[in-house]
Design a binder for this molecule. Structure first.
Ligand SMILES: C[S@@+](CC[C@H](N)C(=O)[O-])C[C@H]1O[C@@H](n2cnc3c(N)ncnc32)[C@H](O)[C@@H]1O
Length: 250
């Protein structure tokens, strides 16, 4: 396992945590992407045991609580994020762990009805191990839903609104950001093809039920977006999905 990358990313996530307070949290699935309010991917949440992988500031767990989930569990690499999650979930009985999703920290097996992850899975340095662990946490028939950057999105270069392919989609290395979010926070994010995610799910024993390449939210469908070269923009998202979402079952 790339423990050096995990160590670096943990320190940097502690630095940038403030940029992500409540960002990328349910009901949202990703930037300029349709949300759970439109997509309705979760089965009933009422009374279910749920585990959030990369729970960040805890806002998705708060959403789950609002939907009537019973047991709330979350794992995140960054202790700053876990501290924020504790604040967000103040007064609620949530089990929060500061740990890498790739690590077996002894979470209960066959215990969860729902495991989900909003914009965190792609950080794993060991996708196969992460999916196998998640599979082990789920009860038979349990659901795993995750969202992440669309694997092609990182390659979309926009200049004056003209979009071209940057780099090679074929290369599955990693992307290094020396100053993530403009901070002194070096981050390394693995780069994988779409098929790599799907095949890893199948290899871990999941059945894939639904794959979504979300459109922009309904309220933006008819908006004439201003030309923008920003990494995430409505202009780009109206032409290509920022994110992908998978619903899989054990
Ligand atoms: C964009 S945030 C996710 C936000 C979160 N879904 C929410 O509801 O607020 C990504 C999170 O992934 C966490 N992360 C990054 N690498 C990780 C890893 N290897 N294991 C566990 N968490 C990780 C980061 O600390 C960060 O909190």
């Amino acid at each position: 396992m790339h423990t050096d990358i995990l160590k670096q990313n943990r320190t940097s996530w502690n630095t940038v945590a403030g940029h992500f307070n409540g960002v990328d949290a349910l009901p949202a699935y990703g930037p300029f992407a349709q949300s759970e309010d439109e997509l309705r991917l979760f089965d009933s949440i009422e009374g279910k045991n749920v585990l959030d992988i990369g729970c960040g500031s805890g806002h998705s767990l708060l959403y789950m609580n609002g939907q009537g989930a019973k047991d709330l569990w979350g794992v995140d690499l960054s202790d700053s994020q876990i501290d924020r999650a504790r604040e967000t979930l103040n007064g609620l009985d949530a089990q929060l762990y500061c740990a890498a999703m790739e690590e077996d920290i002894g979470l209960p097996e066959q215990y969860f009805d729902i495991v989900y992850s909003i914009y965190a899975i792609g950080w794993t340095v060991d996708l196969d191990r992460t999916f196998k662990l998640i599979h082990s946490y789920l009860k038979p028939g349990g659901t795993f839903i995750f969202s992440w950057d669309h694997p092609l999105y990182v390659h979309l270069k926009s200049e004056d609104g003209l979009i071209s392919l940057n780099g090679s989609y074929q290369d599955e290395g990693s992307v290094h950001y020396p100053n993530f979010k403009g901070e002194n926070a070096p981050m390394t994010i693995p780069k994988r093809k779409f098929s790599t995610y799907l095949n890893a799910l199948v290899n871990a024993g999941f059945t894939i039920e639904q794959v979504v390449e979300p459109d922009v939210p309904q309220e933006f469908k008819e908006t004439e977006a201003e030309i923008s070269d920003r990494y995430y923009s409505l202009y780009k998202a109206q032409k290509f999905p920022t994110s992908f979402i998978v619903k899989a079952r054990k």
